[in-house]
Design a protein around this ligand. Structure first.
Ligand SMILES: Nc1ncnc2c1ncn2[C@@H]1O[C@H](COP(=O)(O)OP(=O)(O)OP(=O)(O)O)[C@@H](O)[C@H]1O
Length: 699
C-alpha cells in the first residue's frame, strides 16, 4: 500500500497525441459493449485513499471547441503511466494471496469483478478471467470487459480487502465513472453509423450472380465462397462498393464496429482503402475472433481480413486478422490471444511483413510463435490461394520464432537471400518530400541511429520535424521527445508542415487538417527540460511495446546531460547516452534520430562530423550523420544545405540545398534539376560558392 502510493505519485510518462483519452476510455480491447468504465478514482474514494493522480480539469475548461486536437496534446496526469515489472506484479499477487497462472503475455487471475460460484475451486484456472499484461500491468477482465491500469487493479484489491464481507466488486460500482458526454456522444454516433452501414449491407449470397462476381473480382476474392464470407460475417455495401468486415464482441456477439474496404483506380493501379468505425485509434477488432471456440489452441494470424478468409477456407484452421495490419499489434488485444498454445504469423509477402512478424512474436511470446517467411513460393495467403498453392504445406514450413544467440549460416541463408532479393525494401522507406535524401541515404531503415546537428537556431527542429512527419505519413509509427520546445508548439509546426500552409490565416480549415493529423501514428513524450536518460529510455521501451514505434526523435541530447560544465565526466556521460540510444535502436529494431548541438566552431568554418559536441563516440556509433549547414553558402536568405556526412548503409555521402518556406515552415528542395552533390565521406565541405549540379557520381 505504502509503496503503491509512493510509486503512484512519482509517475511521469508520455501521452499520445492521438485520441488517447478516447482510447483509454473506450479502450480497446476487443469486444465490449458500447459503454466503458474506468475505475480508479471511484475506488480510491471508496477505499478512503488519497488520489494518486493530480486532479484533472473538467473537460469543458480544457478545450471546448477544438477538443480532439487540444485535449490530447495537454499533459494530463491521469494518463501518466508507471513502469512495473512482472516480478513486482507476481510479488504483489502473492502478498495478497491471489492465485495466478503464468500465461504467455499475461498473468491470469480470478476476476475481482465476478462472484465466484459457490463450491467452485478457487485454484481452477478455468475461472481465471482477469488478465494482467506482464509488461505494463494493465488488466482486462474478459468476463465483464472492465479494464484499467495496474494501480486500478491494486486499488480494487485494497478496497475488497478493506470492506468486510465484500467478495467481489460489481461493475455497477463504476457506473458513475462513465466517460464524459463528449466521448459518449462520439461512441453513440459511431454506433449509429455502424448500425446504418451494417443494416444496409447485403450478404454475397443475396447479390445477383453477376454483381457478386464483379465485386469479388474487384477484391481478388473470386475463390472465396459465399459460405466462407457468411461464416465470417462479411457483407457487401453497394453505395460505396465496399467489403464490410464486422467486429463482433466475443462475449455477446454485439456488433462493435466495422471495417469497410473499397477499391480506387489510380492510373491503372488498384488502390485499396480502409475506413473503420470507430476510427483507427480506437479500432481494436481481431477479425474472426468471434468464431474461436474455448478449446481452440492453434491459430494463424494474418495482416488482412481477406488473407484470413482464404486461409480458413483452404485449411479449415482458425484464423484471425489484425486490425491495423503490419503497422501494430496493440497490447490491448493480447488477452484475447492467451488461449492459443501455438500461433503462426503469416503477415504478407514483403520485408515489412517479415519484420513485423518478428516484432509481434516478441510481444506474443516467442515460445509459441512460428513465422512464415515471405518468398516467391510463399506469397501472402490470398495470393497463394488464388495461385493454387497448397496453403497447408506452406504452413508446415513455418519457422519457430525463438532463436538462439548463436546461429549457423544455414539458419541465416534464407534471411540473406531475402535481403538480396529485396534490395529496394532493405533500403528502407523513402522520403516523399526529400528525394535527394533518398539518393544519398537510400531510405529510412529500422534499427539505425541517426545523429543530426547544425548551428544554433539554424532550423534543426523545424527540419527534423518535417523529416519525421514525412515518414510518419507513410505509416512509420513515430515517438517525439521534444525537450526544448513544448509539444503544443511542436505540434503547431508539424500541423503547419502537414497542411503546407499558414493555418493562422485559414482557421476555418483547422478542424479538417487536425482530424487528418490526429489519425497519424504520432506520439509525444510529455517531458520538458532536463531529463534523466533512464526515464526517457523506459518511456521509449513502453512506447515500442504499446504502439510498435518505429522511429524515435530526441531533440536534443543536451537535455539529458544535466547542468554541469564541460568536463571529462560530461564527455563520458554523453558517450554513455549515445551508447544507450544505439543499443535501444538495435535491440528494438527502431530507428532513433538524435539531435546534438555542435561544439563552438570558428565562424568561417563549416560544420563537420568532428564538430559534433563531445567525443568521437557519437559519430562512431551513428549509422548516419546529418548536418544542417547554414553559413556563407549562398546569398539567399533562409537557404540551408543538408549534408549527409556519414552513411553506413552504402557509404554515399553528399550535400544538397534546402529552401525554407516561411508560410508552411517546410524545407523543400529547389525545383528543377537536382542540386545534389556527392562527396567523399567526411570530407570538409567547401561551400562558399553554390553547390554544383552533378550527375550523381561521387566526386
Ligand atoms: N531556413 C530558415 N530560414 C529562416 N528561418 C528559419 C529557417 N529554418 C527555421 N527557421 C525559423 O527559425 C526559428 C528557429 O528554428 P528551430 O527551432 O528549428 O532551430 P534550431 O536549430 O532547432 O534551434 P536550437 O539551436 O535553439 O535548437 C524558427 O522560428 C523557425 O521557423
Amino acid at each position: 500500500m505504502q509503496s503503491f502510493l509512493c510509486r503512484g505519485q512519482s509517475l511521469r510518462f508520455f501521452l499520445s497525441f492521438q485520441t488517447s483519452t478516447a482510447r483509454k476510455l473506450q479502450d480497446p480491447s476487443l469486444p465490449a459493449p458500447a459503454r466503458r468504465y474506468r475505475c480508479s478514482p471511484c475506488l480510491r474514494k471508496q477505499a478512503g485513499l488519497p488520489s494518486a493522480r493530480a486532479p484533472v480539469a473538467p473537460r469543458s475548461s480544457r478545450a471546448p471547441n477544438y477538443s480532439h486536437f487540444k485535449k490530447d496534446l495537454l499533459s494530463q496526469p491521469e494518463q501518466l503511466l508507471q513502469p512495473v515489472s512482472v516480478t513486482e506484479i507476481r510479488q504483489y499477487l502473492r502478498s495478497k494471496n491471489i492465485s495466478f497462472h503464468d500465461g504467455y503475455s499475461c498473468l491470469h487471475t480470478p476476476s475481482l469483478f465476478v462472484e465466484r460460484p459457490r463450491g467452485s475451486d478457487p485454484s481452477d484456472k478455468e475461472n481465471f478471467s482477469l488478465f494482467i499484461d506482464k509488461t505494463t500491468g494493465r488488466f482486462l477482465c474478459k468476463a465483464t470487459l472492465l479494464e484499467g491500469s495496474w494501480e486500478d487493479f491494486q486499488d480494487g484489491i485494497e478496497l475488497l480487502q478493506k470492506e468486510e464481507g465484500l467478495t467481489f466488486l460489481s461493475p455497477q460500482t463504476f457506473a458513475s465513472l462513465l466517460e464524459s458526454d463528449t466521448d459518449r456522444e462520439d461512441l453513440e454516433m459511431d454506433s449509429l453509423e455502424v448500425r446504418r452501414v451494417w443494416e444496409k449491407a447485403v450478404w454475397f449470397s443475396d447479390l445477383e450472380e453477376e454483381e457478386a462476381q464483379l465485386a469479388k473480382t474487384m477484391f481478388n476474392i473470386t475463390r472465396i465462397s459465399n459460405p466462407t464470407l457468411k461464416k465470417f460475417g462479411v457483407k457487401y455495401f453497394k453505395p460505396t462498393k465496399s467489403l464490410v468486415f464486422p467486429w463482433f464482441s466475443s462475449r455477446d456477439s454485439f456488433l462493435k464496429g466495422l471495417k469497410l474496404l473499397s477499391v480506387q483506380c489510380d492510373q491503372q493501379l488498384l488502390k485499396y482503402l480502409e475506413t473503420t468505425f470507430p476510427k483507427p485509434a480506437s479500432y481494436y477488432s481481431l477479425f474472426g475472433h468471434h468464431l474461436m471456440g474455448k478449446k481452440d489452441t492453434e491459430v494463424v494470424i494474418t495482416s488482412r481480413e481477406v488473407d484470413s478468409l482464404a486461409l480458413n477456407q483452404a485449411t479449415g484452421l482458425p484464423t484471425i486478422a489484425l486490425p491495423r495490419g503490419v503497422s501494430c499489434l496493440p497490447p490491448a488485444l493480447l488477452p484475447y490471444l492467451e488461449q492459443f498454445k501455438r500461433i503462426i504469423l503469416w503477415l504478407g509477402d514483403d520485408l515489412r511483413s517479415w519484420e513485423a512478424s518478428k516484432l509481434f512474436a516478441r510481444k506474443l511470446n516467442l515460445k509459441r510463435c512460428s513465422l512464415i517467411r515471405p518468398g516467391v513460393k510463399q506469397p501472402c495467403p490470398l495470393d497463394a490461394f488464388a495461385g493454387g498453392f497448397n496453403l497447408g504445406k506452406i504452413l508446415k514450413t513455418a519457422i519457430p520464432a525463438a532463436h538462439k544467440s548463436i546461429v549457423s549460416f544455414r539458419q541465416l541463408r534464407e534471411e540473406v537471400f531475402g535481403e538480396l532479393a529485396n534490395v529496394e525494401q532493405v533500403a528502407g522507406v523513402k522520403w516523399a518530400r526529400f528525394p535527394e535524401l533518398n539518393k544519398l541515404l537510400k531510405g529510412h531503415r529500422k534499427g539505425e541511429l541517426t545523429i543530426f546537428t547544425g548551428p544554433t537556431g539554424s532550423g534543426k527542429t523545424t527540419f527534423i520535424s518535417e523529416y519525421a512527419l514525412d515518414l510518419c505519413t507513410q505509416g512509420i509509427n513515430t515517438l517525439w521527445g521534444s525537450f526544448e520546445i513544448n509539444n503544443v508548439r511542436l505540434a503547431k509546426v508539424m500541423l503547419t508542415q502537414f497542411a503546407m500552409q499558414r493555418l493562422e490565416e485559414q482557421l476555418g480549415e483547422y478542424e479538417v487538417w487536425a482530424d487528418k493529423f490526429e489519425d497519424l501514428p504520432l506520439y509525444f513524450m510529455t517531458f520538458h527540460g532536463q531529463q534523466n536518460i533512464k526515464l526517457v529510455v523506459d518511456v521509449m521501451h513502453h512506447a515500442v511495446y504499446m504502439y510498435d514505434i518505429g522511429h524515435v526523435v530526441i531533440d536534443n541530447l543536451q537535455f539529458m546531460m544535466g547542468q554541469e560544465q564541460l568536463s571529462t565526466d560530461k564527455l563520458a556521460l554523453q558517450d554513455y547516452i549515445v551508447g544507450t540510444f544505439r543499443k535501444f535502436a538495435t535491440e528494438n529494431s527502431c530507428h532513433v534520430t538524435l539531435v546534438i548541438h555542435p561544439r563552438k566552431e570558428e565562424d568561417d568554418k563549416e560544420l563537420q562530423t568532428a564538430s559534433i559536441f563531445g567525443s568521437a563516440k557519437a559519430s562512431q556509433e551513428a549509422d548516419n550523420v546529418l548536418i544542417l549547414q547554414d553559413r556563407k553558402l549562398v546569398t539567399g536568405p533562409g537557404k540551408r544545405y543538408l549534408q549527409v556526412a556519414k552513411n553506413r548503409f552504402d557509404g554515399d555521402v553528399g550535400i544538397f540545398p534546402l529552401e525554407f518556406n516561411k508560410a508552411s515552415l517546410t524545407f523543400s528542395s529547389p525545383k528543377g534539376k537536382s542540386k545534389l552533390k556527392k562527396l567523399k565521406e567526411d570530407s570538409t565541405v567547401q561551400l562558399k560558392k553554390p553547390a554544383v549540379e552533378t550527375s550523381g557520381k561521387k566526386s
